[in-house]
Design a binder for this molecule. Structure first.
Ligand SMILES: Nc1ncnc2c1ncn2[C@@H]1O[C@H](COP(=O)(O)OP(=O)(O)OP(=O)(O)O)[C@@H](O)[C@H]1O
Length: 326
């Protein structure tokens, strides 16, 4: 069981006027043995944050730590495993899935141990051992994602970074894969960063929820606190748009959700003040007196409070303040 920590992490792509700050001073902990759900719209920087941890995105500042020690490349490789949305891209189409998984088992294992380990991994992800001789093309999307998980687990990781791993799946199999993620976390004591743009998916698996907007964490805290008492208007907007519990996990953004109908601002030209102020249903759009939102950056910086939110009005009941406005 390991704790993963992002400390003031910044990732920038390109240089000069074309530069994009995809991740902007993010501090976030994935406590040992817990699942942290990272949610936010497309382009908010979720994938880039995870990729920085495994050396697939260029860090311009900050650190990634495992149990308080800065990660170096060789330690990173095995201890952190990333699983992607499209397992097709990570599986060799000509290799049987058994070989694909076995290939990721550490070389120090004997042949016999590897065979036993392959059987154990298939069992862990609920795949019929007879499937070992299939090619990826012979499997369903859900089965392929189970293979991708088994392959990641073969490397004996302590942290899994799961990036939109259910997003390409039929709604009917998403739930089963989410249950598997929870089950694997419990059985193996893994720490998991679970990324999805879909709050209904994130709420299903997470102990802690972090909400990302334009390269920053705008709210983070225990899942029940964030879901039941969101402190940031953006989180509230996402919650309003998320399908209700008990309904399908499919994406459904109600037509009256004005804030999310607009495109998010471009990371090339982040707005001044709070990056959400032009879309915020509780900001100067509606309440002209709230000029601070357009003028001052509410960034929480490296704060690690249990439930933090980067909003000037986070300490108040945002909606109540809205109703008493002129
Ligand atoms: N290799 C790259 N080169 C240049 N810009 C990039 C690169 N990768 C990501 N970006 C930019 O960084 C920003 C964050 O992208 P990222 O993919 O991390 O967002 P995301 O929240 O994971 O969204 P999605 O779910 O669509 O992947 C976007 O503006 C994106 O265009």
């Amino acid at each position: 069981m390991r704790e993963l920590e992002f400390r003031d992490l910044t990732v920038r792509f390109g240089t000069g006027p074309a530069a994009v700050t995809a991740v902007d001073g993010v501090s976030l902990k994935v406590p040992a043995g817990s699942i942290v759900g990272l949610v936010g719209e497309s382009g908010s920087g979720k994938s880039t944050l995870a990729k920085a941890a495994v050396g697939l995105a260029p860090m311009a500042g900050g650190q990634v730590l495992l149990d308080g020690a800065v990660l170096d490349r060789s330690r990173t490789r095995r201890k952190l495993q990333m699983v992607f949305q499209d397992p097709y891209s990570s599986l060799d189409p000509r290799m049987t899935i058994g070989d694909s998984i076995a290939e990721a088992i550490p070389e120090r294992r004997s042949r016999k141990e590897r065979r036993a380990e392959l059987a154990r991994l298939l069992e862990l992800v609920d795949l019929d051992p007879a499937r070992a001789s299939s090619l990826p093309s012979g499997l369903s999307g859900g089965q392929r994602q189970r293979v991708a998980l088994a392959r990641a687990l073969a490397a004996e990781p302590e942290v899994i970074l799961a990036d939109e791993i259910t997003s390409a799946l039929d709604v009917s199999v998403q739930g089963a894969v989410l249950n598997l993620v929870r089950d694997l976390q419990r059985r193996l004591g893994l720490s998991i960063l679970f990324i999805s743009h879909n709050l209904a998916v994130v709420r299903y698996v997470s102990d802690i929820i972090a909400v990302m907007y334009l390269g920053r964490i705008v709210e983070a805290g225990p899942a029940s606190d964030v879901l039941n008492a969101p402190r940031h208007p953006y989180t509230r907007t996402l919650l309003d748009a998320a399908p209700r519990i008990g309904t399908s996990l499919d994406d459904a953004v109600p037509a009256d959700n004005a804030a999310l109908d607009q495109d998010p601002p471009s990371p090339h030209e982040p707005p001044p003040g709070c990056a959400f102020h032009r879309r915020c249903p509780y900001g100067p759009l509606i309440l002209p007196s709230r000029t601070i939102c357009a003028d001052e950056d509410p960034h929480t910086g490296a704060q690690m409070r249990p439930h933090r939110a980067a909003c000037h009005f986070a300490g108040q009941d945002i909606l109540a303040t809205h109703l008493e406005a002129p």
